[in-house]
Design a protein around this ligand. Structure first.
Ligand code: SAM
Length: 234
């Protein structure tokens, strides 16, 4: 994933950072090899390796393809434990989610809110890794909401308006709805699940609970499983 300031001329880029090491050590490129690249918030295309040394790589870049469409999903996610959060932020960016609300809920441990993985520079890094993985170029937006009730009562109704509003919830719930491209607001619970009061609050503003089947999945598995079931793009 390239930034405007990586360009040394209109079609030449020099990389010396993490991306250089990735290109060198993971892709193991040689002179003349072609790589897939994208410009942050911009087009996708190809880059030819023009020079590579111990410290940097010089690429000739040709960006001709428009960005891949965003997934029409807003994710409302009870804050997971830090170890999982890290992987989840990368995964949801890779899957094309562009709006993510991390919310508090009764079974979210208060200590999770002080994880360094919520620092803006860390979030940015994880999102970029996700975009690089999947060949997307547009960063998601992350919103932190530490109070469940005011968020659900005052803010969520407008966020969820005119969307399919769904809660992934293993119990007393309907079967998973069919995949469509409809804009969707999807709530996923914490590791211990949403408590009944929280499900009721969400249902009171129009959310419907659904289950994915008889197996209870970890949050990090439930998210990609749910997104793949709800949208035909997967
Ligand atoms: N024992 C917990 C409970 O009581 O809900 C299980 C929570 S599960 C590990 C974490 C979250 O993943 C759930 O709150 C839900 O959003 C989602 N999830 C996991 N398995 C699911 C399933 N089979 N159907 C729907 N959602 C599921």
């Amino acid at each position: 994933l390239l930034n405007e300031n990586d360009f040394t001329s209109t079609d030449r880029v020099t990389l010396t950072d993490r991306r250089f090491h990735h290109i060198k050590n993971v892709h193991k490129v040689s002179l003349g090899d072609t790589l897939r690249v994208g410009l942050l918030d911009g087009f996708l295309g190809e880059a030819v390796v023009e020079a590579i040394s111990e410290h940097e790589v010089l690429l000739r870049v040709n960006l001709t393809e428009p960005p891949v469409p965003a997934l029409p999903a807003t994710l409302i996610l009870a804050l997971p434990r830090p170890k999982m959060l890290k992987r989840i932020l990368e995964t949801v960016a890779a899957m094309g989610v562009k709006e993510i609300y991390l919310i508090n809920s009764y079974r979210v441990d208060k200590s999770y809110w002080s994880t360094p993985w919520l620092k803006p520079e860390k979030v940015d890094e994880l999102f970029r890794l996700g975009l690089e993985q999947s060949g997307d170029t547009r960063l998601p937006k992350l919103h932190l909401r530490k109070r469940f009730k005011p968020f659900v009562e005052d803010e969520l109704p407008a966020i969820a308006a005119d969307t399919r509003a769904l809660i992934a919830h293993p119990y007393n719930a309907s079967a998973c709805p069919a995949a469509t491209d409809e804009p969707t607001t999807l709530a996923i619970g914490p590791e211990g699940g949403f408590i009944a009061y929280e499900v009721e609050k969400l249902e009171a503003i129009g959310f419907t609970a659904f289950h994915l089947g008889r197996r209870i999945l970890r949050v990090e598995t439930a998210i990609p499983a749910t997104l793949s079931r709800l949208f035909p793009a997967y």
